[in-house]
Design a protein around this ligand. Structure first.
Ligand code: SF4
Length: 787
């Protein structure tokens, strides 16, 4: 039952804290967000004269009425270089109506109003830096708001107070309740993701604050547009008319924060600016779930070596209370995921370009992308003193050697048990099988929670697959890049129907295929992996002829080939039932099927990524049929382009269900989307691939979701690189995949990692972990490896 306003006015602070915390926890769990942003004070001039304001200055105190475009860009670029996502334009309200110098400055440059100039500068910042502008221009009318909407991801205006008699607002024509409420309402009608808030301690009463919060909640109920409410405390500042007024008492402020959490619907996030409080922890106790903006670029602090000290402090305070800190964009996830409603068409891609799969921000400053030769952030660092020598593990098993480290990690992460991630991990350790909701929650892990998920996955890897890190000597033969299909992510395919973005079309002669097989065998390969485009001239017999040619070149090499799409198309073009066709492929020498062409096994996403390819059920059915005739195969997932964690969860559950039915999958192979040359990214319709946190979690959560059903989890060094692969080997993976002489598909998409990994390379990855490296067969045996 919601407390009455009278009850709120009288309630003891501790009771309010308990209720507000519980309400916040139920809505946002352990997640506390902040926005890495740069502040652009476009003009310090303002026509209002608020009694508490230190921002506004008279013309005599400023060098120029407005920042020049060069100054705007210089601040924005510094922010972008430091890893910010947001450009927060702060400015006084309509200074041109008070100061002739402002009018003249604008007129000389062809602008009639401050809003005109703001719109131009937002556009400049998007075009030149990609940062997402947030407009904070005060009380605007609907026409002005609509113009700013076209060049921003969100806007904001503090409601402050609806008490019309406050002395602090005398002389401020823009601070009347009518103007503030009209702006809030117009923003709702225009579907603008909107930030507002109240100011505490400027002479208003508790009842006034309740009135303002109720008005915000009512406007939000009509339009759904209020993404966050800031509760800010007044502090007296020298040089203002209220410099002798007392600051807002701490308990009064905390009362207001807790009451805001209790009065506002939980889809409105609650923010308290940490720079105005000494005790961060108390703000968390009072129910906030957001810290607001944090900037690496301020007038008094520009330190390229360590640009985010404020984040370190926030992280400590956040984690000390058992929460996990996550960067967000200026627009919150529920709005990011409904761009047609909430964003101007031109802002959709800039938002997506900064976003992760949850609609939160990519980690500020992370320069790792799938396929880029840059080391990822250290989420699960290697142990400092491995005891195994290169090429061999010490006699003490790695599990025992690393026990002290694990104990320390557990102690550090004890508080992870506080939230849903901790609860689910406990259930997993008791043998529970996570469903879609639990898997989505595991993918939401941040901070210490990520390490906790990785640790449970690592323990399961140890129990299921042991300490050995395996690899297979193989050669990829991509026999053609001509393809009749139009997968939107595919930079590999060429042909009349594809986008022809890179390279020239080719089709290998059968002689060339046999030559490559013989060469691979000479170099010690035990497997060839055959995959290619769907050439318009192929019928199903082409694939059988290729297998026969491979067999002619080698009587023993393992033939791992043909995706669900290739075999389904092959059978279709021959008008032959799939099981009969697969039997003929087997008779010719095919041994296993790769799990590629799975992308995301969810038709909602396939409709975007690969609308003309096999659908989810057809992919599953191809593997079901393959397993029924005795062919084994693996599960892949190509993640990080347009989908969300719920689609990953459905993919894992659908393939797990099939594995329970057939037992035919040998391994799980996550394939992070490489965006650089991918058509869908170049057309500005996808994200930049997964973040490293997401990539690590895909392997760890996959290990946890499949459990013993799928014993092997492979990490793709081609897409992730050696340093990333090492971390993922500590997060559930036990296999490094193949040596992959000639890897064309990832490289076509822009991946920079090499085309060949030798055994020494695998040792370089695994030796620092003290884990032995062994060559395996395709089916994870050891015996068939030639000397
Ligand atoms: S992913 Fe495969 S089927 Fe799709 S266009 Fe590329 S080569 Fe063709």
């Amino acid at each position: 039952m919601n407390p009455s306003h009278d009850e709120l006015l009288q309630a003891p602070l501790d009771d309010l804290f308990r209720a507000a915390s519980a309400r916040r926890d139920a809505a946002t769990g352990t997640r506390i967000t902040y926005s890495p942003k740069v502040f652009i004070p476009l003009t310090l001039l303002c026509r209002d004269k608020c009694g508490y304001c230190t921002f506004a200055q008279p013309p005599a105190r400023v060098q120029a009425p407005y920042l020049s475009p060069e100054e705007v860009l210089s601040i924005a670029r510094a922010g972008a270089d430091a890893g910010c996502h947001e450009a927060l334009f702060t400015l006084g309200e309509r200074p041109e109506e008070r100061y002739p110098v402002a009018r003249e400055w604008l007129a000389e440059r062809g602008y009639a109003t401050t809003v005109d100039y703001l719109v131009a500068m937002c556009r400049l910042v998007i075009d030149e830096t990609g940062l997402l502008p947030h407009g904070n221009a005060g009380a605007l009318d609907a026409v002005e708001l609509a113009r700013v909407r076209a060049v921003t991801a969100s806007q904001g205006m503090m409601l402050e107070s609806l008490n019309p008699t406050l002395a602090a607002h005398l002389g401020s024509p823009d601070k009347t309740p009518e103007r503030r409420l009209a702006t809030l309402e117009a923003a709702g009608i225009l579907a603008i993701p909107f930030t507002t808030g109240i100011l505490c301690g400027i002479g208003e009463s508790r009842a006034d604050r309740i009135n303002a919060l109720v008005a915000i909640a009512e406007s939000h109920a009509r339009h759904g547009h209020v993404q966050e409410v800031i509760v800010q405390n007044f502090l007296p500042k020298p040089g203002t008319s209220m410099h002798q007024a007392p600051p807002c008492p701490v308990d009064e402020y905390l009362w207001s924060v807790a009451v805001a959490r209790l009065l506002l619907p939980t889809d409105i996030h609650l923010q308290a600016p940490p720079n105005l409080s000494d005790d961060f922890g108390r703000l968390l106790d009072a129910g906030i779930d957001d810290w607001g903006g944090v900037s690496p670029v301020t007038p008094d602090h520009v330190n390229p070596e360590r640009p985010w000290p404020a984040i370190d402090r926030l992280r400590q305070a956040t984690e000390a209370r058992g929460f996990a800190l996550a960067p967000r964009l200026t627009i919150y996830p529920s709005f990011v995921h409904a761009p047609e409603r909430w964003l101007d068409a031109g802002m959709g891609f800039p938002v997506m370009d900064h976003s992760d799969a949850e609609g939160l921000a990519r980690e500020p400053g992370e320069v790792w992308y799938s396929g880029v030769e840059v080391d990822p952030p250290a989420i699960v660092p290697a142990p400092a003193h491995p005891q195994a020598g290169v090429g061999s593990a010490s006699e003490q098993p790695a599990a025992e050697r690393q026990a002290p480290r694990r104990r320390r990690l557990r102690a550090e992460r004890g508080h992870v048990n506080r939230g849903h991630v901790g609860e689910i991990l406990e259930g997993v350790m008791l043998g529970q099988k996570p469903g879609v909701d639990e898997i989505v929650t595991l993918f939401s892990a941040r901070g210490p929670e990520v390490a906790a998920v990785a640790e449970v996955a690592d323990q399961m890897r140890r129990d299921i697959a042991g300490d050995v890190v395996t690899f297979v000597r193989n050669r990829n033969i991509n026999y053609t890049n001509v393809c009749t299909f139009k997968c939107k992510f595919c930079a590999f395919s060429k042909g009349p129907l594809s986008l022809n973005l890179r390279g020239t079309p080719y089709l290998l002669e059968v002689d060339e295929i046999t030559r490559r097989v013989a060469e691979a065998e000479e170099l010690g390969a035990t497997e060839v992996c055959l995959q290619g485009g769907i050439h318009p001239s192929f019928d199903g017999d082409y694939y059988i002829d290729v297998i026969k040619a491979v067999r002619e070149a080698s009587s023993t090499i393992h033939i791992h080939g043909f995706t669900a799409l290739e075999v389904t198309e092959g059978a279709k073009r021959l008008n032959e039932p799939l099981d009969s066709y697969l039997r003929r492929l087997m008779a010719a020498g095919l041994k296993t099927l790769p799990g590629t062409a799975a992308e995301i096994l969810d038709d909602e996403i396939r409709a975007i990524l690969c609308p003309d390819k096999v659908n989810t059920e057809e992919w599953l059915d191809a593997h079901r049929t393959a397993h029924s005739v005795g062919l084994r195969s693996n599960i892949t997932i190509m993640f990080g382009s347009v989908e969300q964690p719920v689609h990953w969860a459905r993919h894992l559950i659908r393939t797990r269900d099939l594995q329970e039915e057939t037992g035919g999958f040998t391994e799980f192979v996550p394939l992070p989307f490489v965006h650089m040359a991918s058509p869908i990214y170049l057309q500005r319709k996808s994200r930049r691939g997964p973040t490293f946190r997401e990539t690590l979690l895909m392997h760890a959560v996959g290990r946890i979701a499949y459990g013993p059903l799928v014993p092997n989890v492979q990490v793709s060094w081609v897409k992730i690189g050696a340093a990333g692969a090492r971390q993922i080997l500590q997060s559930g993976a036990n296999d490094l995949g193949g040596t992959l002489m000639d890897e064309n598909i990832s490289r076509a998409a822009g991946a920079a990692h090499g085309q060949l990994m030798d055994e020494a390379g695998f040792h370089e990855i695994a030796d620092p972990l003290g884990r032995p490296v062994e060559q395996r067969t395709t089916l994870y045996g050891r015996a068939a490896i030639p000397a």
